[in-house]
Design a protein around this ligand. Sequence first.
Ligand SMILES: [Zn+2]
Length: 643
Amino acid sequence: MFRKRMWAFQDTLKPLQGHTTRILTRADEYCQAGEEFRQKGVSLAEELYSKEASRVMFSNNFIAEGIGDLAANMSSFTTALKQVHELVALLVDSVKSGLAAPLYTFNEGFRDLDDLADELDTRGREYESTLSKALDQRELPTDGPIHDKAARARWDFELFRFDVVRYMNQLDSKKVLLLETGINNTFYALLAFFQGGGSICGEMEKSMRRRQVVLDGMNKRHDRDNALWAYVRSRLEAELQGALPPPGAPPGARAPINPRAACPVYVAELTTEVLSAASQEASAVDMMHYKDEGVLKQGYLMKKHVFGWKDRCWYRLHASKLYTLELSRAAAGDVPVCVFDLSKGATVAKRPGKIPFCFLLVGDDGYRLELQAESEDEMLKWMAAMRRCQRIEDASPRGSTDLLGTADGRAGGGRKTIGLRAEALMDRFRKANPCCAECGSSRIEWASVNIGITLCEACATVHRALGSSVSTLRSLKLDPWSVFVLQSLVEDLGNERARCVWEFNVSPGWTKPTPDSGAQHREQWIIAKYRWYGFVGNDTRDAPLVSKAMIHAAARGDVERVVWCIAHKGEVNWSDPDEKSGRTPLHAACEADRRRAVAILLLNGANMYAKNARGVSSQDLVNQDPYSDLARVLAEKERGDLW
Ligand SMILES: [Zn+2]
């Protein structure tokens, strides 16, 4: 009876057993497919993003600032991709083991059940035979060996039967839990997968977002470049069109002759220049400084890196230093950065080897900079310019007298003697302003002549980026100096006077940079101070009122007031519409023979050719007496090399 029940129970579980076996097989297949997918994915990713591939694709390009080495980025991406694939494999494994483990245990249970049934049979038979032997006796024994044997067999059989029933019941109730447990395990595997993916993403996201910012900027540049190309093309087209016969003219009709061309128009030189936006921007930045600061040479050069990459940058040689332009977010434009100091015992040599137009700069500390020009001619010009600026450096007098430059940068040679008077004035100016007006560094190398302050190299770099209309720089050591400019600096300007005006009311939260401050702090301070007039005080006067005040101050010769007006957005070339004379501040100063005011105005961009209501310029005014100090000041300014 019991055995029948057991068989029936086993029969009800049979389909379930078959089903779990099928699931286990499927799980194995799933696992195998997952492993194949992983292997295939990893090998494809490696091929797609391999360093070799990226090298081939991008070896001719330069590394973009802020984006980093493309090959390195590629390989970090491949690594992340591999990690993702490993995670997938891990997920597949976990799903399999999570689902299979309970099913497997369950199936094992069936095998046990078969064994148990056999065992139960044996024990049952044992008990039955012992019992029948005992029943064969005439009287049922209450003790003796047969009694003991029967009692033992019954004990064995009944307890075992109880255990089997309990086991079957457990198995029966377990089948309900079976799939739920498996499915829950699968969810755990998914959870682990997503969490693993999340941590990989977290690592990647930061650098990804940083690169995106740079890429956006590059895209904008690209668009600007495109617009410029389109514009240049339309100009070129118009120029070429001009040489064609007008539309509707009979065949063979003569095209209009361009009067400027002395030859047939189709061989005349085209005037449309092909420029990229980058080179145009670079030269625009450069032209701002060219006039005032003896630039020896500038242009594009390739910088060679040890590992074969090349950077194409705009370089500028000035005052024995080689600068390149770097994009600065704070200055919202390109900022010149010194990359090599040629004055410190450096050597310039042609690089031996097969690569053409290469030359090598080696500093006395062993630092090497390898550059490549775009032609033999360009290379020779660069090398000559670099050697020339070294000679200038060597020729400059040492000791206390090297305060005054002997170099005429643009002529690239030729000693320029400056009188004793200028030397004495320069001495006074340096002694009165021994530290950088921005950061307090004692290593002053430059002066901003319109603001009237001394500057260290680092602060001068930021000033240069403001443009010469905001801050006009001259090298204290290497530029030639005008007595008039020096007089102005000593008598009316200087760090302390400039501080009283430009730092009259420093807003809370702003601190002056120190010699150790980073470039960003310097940039923020200097730009806030001069470009945004951030610290001159909360004066709400409007510009015409200030400009009007400047005209009167110039006429009075009140230099302090003129300087104040300039720092409060006064317009140096403004003329008062209410005044009949139509004079500018420079007219007013010249008429009243105020030399010091004239110098300050000229340093700050006053136009000596601007005419008043009678059509007379400031230059005309002073030239009535060509030997006067004022006439000499204006003549010197017109010549340009000392201002
Ligand atoms: Zn400084």
